[in-house]
Design a protein around this ligand. Structure first.
Ligand SMILES: Cc1ncc(COP(=O)(O)O)c(C=O)c1O
Length: 369
């Protein structure tokens, strides 16, 4: 494995230092919660090894919201841990896969570290970042092992419709290719939620976590959903070799968050509709920026118009150094730096407005005369 640190991690707010940031529009999750918000006291929790597949109560809750049974769930160290297990189990050096780009960086970077042959399915702003199944089909080869997609998508917030998901599943099934669907943002949606892909086909593998919608990324808990029991046994073997089992403490916290899920998620989705309206208002007023309105998640991926006459490097320098504001610049996602990911789940309303104003002020400062 050839590991390379990813810009999105090197430049992440937790690495740069939260205390250096005034308006943090770079997060892709809801505001972080405290243990006390979950009403938890952990003094009497026995710190034994956990059941290797994951705490039964937690797996039951995940299974219930995924439309599968407890046996179809394997908990992991975050969705990131799930993606790592899946990639390293299914792929070897030289194997071919098709991955959507832009994407959460790990979805591209782990197959790269393995030494895979990657065809990227590049989503285009001009096509509203829509996933075109015909273009996807055109990238498949007889030896393709994996198709990797994300919905709702990071960084664009664009979501697949059910007909498209079913078409992609059918494509994968017809060729015996595994389909990975990263559903980390599934619970945050402005359109009807899709079924969990793994509930539709034993060929599909779904991944999600408590990090984003539940606002507890510090509890490193995610999961794999898959109905192919032989494959699940291999994923379990990988998990056992990496860390034996999940953290008892983290899984206990995740279970409490999921138990309060329906009420919490209703509030989250209500809040996101309000903050999305704030972003929409800001972008509509800012004529130098254009966007595709997101359908789910808590991020969007607007860009500075090509003809706006902006010195992009100066824009980011001003934004960071003079306004202490951060967004997710395009290079985090292997895209032109005119693109920026704006997260509208994490900042408070006033911070979001402050950040949007800082973007406009930085565009002013970076205008080529
Ligand atoms: C699409 C997607 N998948 C997976 C992850 C990893 O999340 P975690 O490991 O915190 O669950 C992220 C985090 O940004 C993401 O955006």
């Amino acid at each position: 494995m050839k590991y390379v640190r990813m810009p999105i991690e090197i430049e992440s707010p937790e690495e740069v230092g939260y205390d250096t940031i005034r308006f943090n529009l770079s997060e892709s999750s809801m505001r972080d919660r405290k243990l006390s918000d979950l009403g938890l006291r952990l003094e009497d929790l026995v710190l034994a090894y956990g059941i290797h597949r994951g705490a039964p109560g937690l797996r039951t809750l995940v299974a219930r919201q995924s439309g599968v049974t407890e046996g179809d769930i394997l908990t992991t160290a975050g969705a990131a841990g799930a993606l790592f297990i899946i990639a390293t189990t299914l792929l070897e050096r030289g194997d071919h896969l098709v991955v959507v780009r832009p994407n959460y960086a790990t979805n591209l970077e782990t197959p790269r570290a393995i030494g895979c042959n990657i065809s990227t399915l590049d989503l285009k702003f001009e096509e509203a970042f829509r996933l075109d199944p015909e273009r996807l089909e055109g990238l498949l080869r007889p030896e393709t092992k994996l198709i990797s997609i994300t919905t709702p998508h990071n960084p664009t917030g664009v979501a697949l419709d059910e007909a498209t998901l079913r078409r992609v599943i059918a494509l994968a099934e017809a060729r015996g290719i595994r389909l990975l669907v990263d559903e980390t943002y599934r619970e945050m949606s402005f359109v009807p939620k899709l079924p969990v892909a793994a509930s539709l086909s034993p060929n599909a593998i779904s991944v999600a976590s408590v990090s984003k919608s539940y606002g507890i990324p510090g509890a490193r808990v995610g999961w794999i959903v898959c109905r192919d029991m032989q494959l699940m046994e291999r994923f379990l073997a990988a998990k056992e070799q990496i860390g034996i089992c999940g953290s008892i403490v983290d899984e206990h916290i995740a279970e409490a968050a999921l138990a309060g899920g329906p009420q919490w998620l209703a509030a989250v989705n209500k809040q996101l509709r309000a903050t999305l309206a704030t972003v929409e208002d800001g972008i509509t007023r800012e004529k130098r920026v254009e966007w595709v309105r997101p359908q789910g998640g808590c991020v969007c991926f607007p860009r500075i118009r090509a003809d706006a006459g902006i010195d992009v490097d100066k824009f980011y320098k001003t934004l960071t150094e003079e306004h202490a504001t951060c967004v997710g610049p395009g290079h985090w996602f292997e895209q032109d730096r005119r693109f920026m990911r704006i997260g509208f789940g994490w900042p408070l309303e006033a911070e979001l407005k402050g950040g949007l104003a800082a973007i406009s002020a930085s565009l002013d400062a970076a205008a080529r005369s």
